[in-house]
Design a protein around this ligand. Structure first.
Ligand code: DGT
Ligand code: CA
Length: 574
């Protein structure tokens, strides 16, 4: 699978072009292509073989040829040439969140700084601020960015970790030697970033399993191989994967222990000791007269039962109050994937998506949905194929026609309208009122001061046609942190004006995150799940969004997508 390789080269080209001050449209084209290919769940080589590359979003004939060259040769002539024109360290410097190409160029040209190390030193000693256009604040931001970058490299985003984990689970599950297999740790809890992947198995013949494990094709390096535990580094980002063999009789306690979180384990241990029990990865033991007797451990269920708790979903096990609630049998009834009745953010060919509305609707039908919101970009967002007012009316007509043809799925004609710099929206109210679903989002000016960004979102909430604020905090894994907004203020206004906040399910976004979902829930602000799919396949990222919603304690009432079509329509019309 060469998806990551292609995505990486395109991303680097975009950066190199930026450093050279090239045309922003061209740069954006490479960035988009990179993102789309990276999040593709199918193998890009298959598309190449079948001559279907141009069916992918943002891939024209030119990029298709380049992808073929990368698949064939492992690199790209144009890329190799560009790399020679720009010092290597500058590219790395551009990975520092918040540091743009102009500043990198300036720093390089004036101070000959061409590595992150040198940059950190110069920022710490206050040398940068002597340059024109660099303030003390910029220097601080650079240092913050460097630490963010270092942190980011230690952890892998959930979607990649899940892919790698599945790459191990699937072949091992098929072995007759494997009786039970389960992923534990932060992957099972669906935490948004993962340090390492923990897998547990039960087997009567572990050495066969270990042999297979260390020889799987994704393994880059074998760190340790033993009878009961092996560790490898896997995948392009070389994440560590640990495989442990445990006893069948203590599988439940091992699974619970290695699922964590650590804070949850500690909480449970305290609880156990108060009741006169000892709990560890081997089981729960009753202590009587100095003697230990195992009383539970085969399954997690029997352990929870012993402590008079309902089953606590792994996504909740963070010691955020769930243990106390479980003891009172008052855990939130968090949503489940099967509660989702529709996707509220999908792009069609009208903007920068690859599929027709009809195909999206049919796909939604196959996913068992009752509705799907087609929210294309608005007129001013030219780089993303924003829809002109004239085409908005054509789209509305088309949606009506499709809705007459389809029985099971209702298409909601929507827009992802751009929130402009002054907080106004990129369509006039006379156009906005024609949509079934209006989600508003910020796509530029991420570095504005907090009060300005907050004000933009607040004014969008106050527009009576806006239903949802999309990707409200703007974070993009590995690219930028959330932008500075006063989230409490936004929650207050969203609650006052009954605007929902999106939980964008795009793998690099997951925005709102779990904590912000909890905060929204506490203020009774509704959440809308949207995959932001540009390819049909990406609609499957709903799973990721659901796991964030579960971590955020969301219940059916909190999530628009869990509502029936009637209830949703009523809310949208209000
Ligand atoms: P990460 O950092 O993404 O790998 O997160 P986890 O939660 O997978 O952490 P990891 O791999 O260090 O450990 C897996 C689980 O093992 C963790 O969730 C809880 C358990 N664990 C690890 N260290 C301790 C500890 O010192 N005390 C207790 N009670 N449990 C621990
Ligand atoms: Ca782990």
């Amino acid at each position: 699978m060469k998806n990551k390789l292609v995505a990486d080269i395109f991303r680097e080209i975009a950066k190199l072009l930026e450093l050279k001050g090239e045309n922003p449209f061209r740069i954006r084209a490479y960035e988009k292509a990179s993102q789309n290919i990276e999040s593709l769940t199918q193998d890009v080589e298959v598309f190449a073989k079948e001559n279907k590359l141009t069916s992918l979003p943002g891939i024209g004939q030119d990029l298709a040829n380049k992808i073929k060259e990368i698949i064939k040769t492992g690199t790209l002539t144009q890329y190799e040439k560009l790399k020679k024109e720009v010092p290597k360290g500058l590219l790395e410097m551009m990975e520092i969140p918040g540091l743009g190409p102009k500043t990198v160029k300036l720093i390089y040209e004036k101070l000959k700084i061409d590595s992150i190390g040198k940059l950190e030193e110069a920022a710490k000693s206050g040398k940068l601020r002597k340059l024109d256009g660099i303030r003390e604040k910029t220097e601080e931001n650079i240092l913050k960015g460097i630490s963010l970058l270092k942190k980011g490299r230690e952890r892998t985003p959930l979607y990649l970790a899940l892919k790698i984990a599945e790459g191990f689970l699937e072949p091992l599950r098929q072995m007759k030697e494997v009786e039970k297999i389960e992923v534990a740790g932060s992957v099972r809890r669906r935490k948004e970033t993962i340090r390492d992947i923990d897998i547990l198995i039960v087997s009567k013949n572990p050495s066969e399993v270990m042999d297979k494990f260390v020889n799987l094709s994704y393994v880059r390096e074998v760190l340790a191989k033993g009878e009961t535990k092996s560790s490898v580094r896997a995948g392009e980002n070389e994440i560590q994967v640990d495989l442990r063999v445990v006893e069948k009789e203590s599988f439940g306690s091992a699974l619970m222990y290695f699922t964590g979180s650590k804070a949850f384990n500690i909480k449970l241990r305290q609880l156990a000791s108060k009741d006169g029990y000892k709990i560890n990865e081997y089981g729960v033991f009753a202590l009587t007269k100095g003697k230990e007797k195992k009383v539970a451990g085969r399954t997690e269920e029997e352990i929870f039962e012993l402590f008079k708790m309902p089953f606590v979903a792994p996504e909740l096990r963070e010691d955020r109050g769930e243990v106390e609630l479980a003891l009172k049998n008052k855990l939130p009834k968090i949503i489940d994937r099967k509660d989702i009745k529709g996707d509220l953010h999908v792009h069609s060919k009208y903007s920068d998506g690859t599929s027709t509305i009809k195909d999206i609707a049919l796909y939604a039908e196959r996913m068992g949905y009752q509705y799907v919101g087609i929210c294309d970009h608005s007129q001013g967002l030219k780089v993303a194929g924003g829809v002109s007012v004239k085409d908005v009316y054509a789209k509305i007509e088309e949606v009506r026609k499709i809705n007459r043809q389809l029985k099971k799925v209702k298409v909601l004609c929507g827009t992802e309208v751009d929130i402009l710099n002054d907080g106004s929206l990129d369509y006039p109210d006379s156009v906005l009122k024609e949509f079934d679903l209006v989600i508003a989002a910020i796509h530029s000016g991420f570095k504005q001061p907090q009060h300005q960004l907050t004000k933009r979102i607040v004014s969008a909430c106050k527009n009576k046609y806006v239903h949802v604020i999309a990707h409200p905090t703007g974070r993009l894994f590995g690219v930028r942190d959330s932008y500075e907004i006063d989230f409490d203020e936004i929650l207050k206004v969203a609650s006052d004006y009954q605007v929902a906040l999106e939980l964008n399910c795009f793998p690099q976004r997951l925005d709102l995150n779990d904590i912000n979902c909890m905060r929204a829930r506490a203020k009774k602000v509704k959440i809308a799940l949207g995959t932001d799919a540009h390819i049909l396949d990406q609609m499957l990222n709903m799973d990721l969004g659901v796991s964030v919603a579960r971590r955020g304690w969301l219940e059916k009432e909190d999530v628009l997508n869990c509502w029936s079509l009637d209830k949703l329509l009523k809310w949208l019309k209000k």
